[in-house]
Design a protein. Sequence first.
Length: 338
Amino acid sequence: MDSTARFRYHTAPDFRPVSLVLITGGAGFIGSHLAVRLGAAGRRVRVLDNLDPFYDVRQKQRNLELVAAAAPGRFEFVAGDVRDAATCRRAVAGADVIVHLAALAGVRPSIQDPVRYMDVNVTGTQVLLAQIDSREPVVVFGSSSSVYGGNHKVPFAESDEVDRPVSPYAASKKAGEVLCFTWHHLRGNPVRCLRFFTVYGPRQRPEMAIHQFARRITDGAPLPFFGDGSSRRDYTYVDDIVAGVEAAMTRGAAYGIYNLGGAATTSLAEMVQQLERVLGRQAVLQRLPDQPGDVPVTFADVTRAEHELGYRSATPFAVGVERFCAWYVAEKAAGRIP
């Protein structure tokens, strides 16, 4: 039996029609949170995802099960790759909003395999856009704070220069924004590009810092600690990001770029201390040099998103860490994560 068959649902004949949102990469971390939120609000949700084994596919399948439960009779899963035109054409058909989150993620892996990152993130974006044959859908593109590179001016504003990305991943996201503008210019569809700042929360990918550090602290394993701990990140809780994405579906400029961040920074050392506090265990630090492609600080100026999208970051870092750790401890006790 097709392992994805249980995720295919069809609207019942007597169900009141509601708008359809396509989420590419919807089996992943941010995408599944968005899909659950929209499904719970009564929207029809279609997910396009190739279930890439970058991390345990079973987590992505569990994410899809949560979406199916949130949108009974209003959820459809399309298995496939954004680089495949026929798959994309099928996925975009009838969608009122297309939220494009499918991408290879991660700064450090992109340095090891830049060609694949450009193929998936850039070619995939172009293929997807080319299959939209209607002027109706709004497109929301998931970009990244990494496009700011090593900018010294903080906080980062959307008007800042972003022509010097320091990793292939960052370059691919900048290229995606440019492709989206060109497509908007030629077609006229509304497009909003959202620069996410270090998103964390339940169901976070296992290689991301907060998830990885929580695992190592609870296991008593050495924790890779790059640099002197002074690097700072604008950690943004996933619920706040999802609220911003949902707002961009109906609000914003015809073509707009928006920062979605927490508008505050936390150092690497402070992040580890917060995890130690919540988990009740001390980290074993494995001190390592700074990594190529990493930047010293990310910090979002969210003024534009506040004014044009109504965006607000509502979750302090200490609260978000407590929510993540509660999820992590429960999942680990249930044997769903190693």
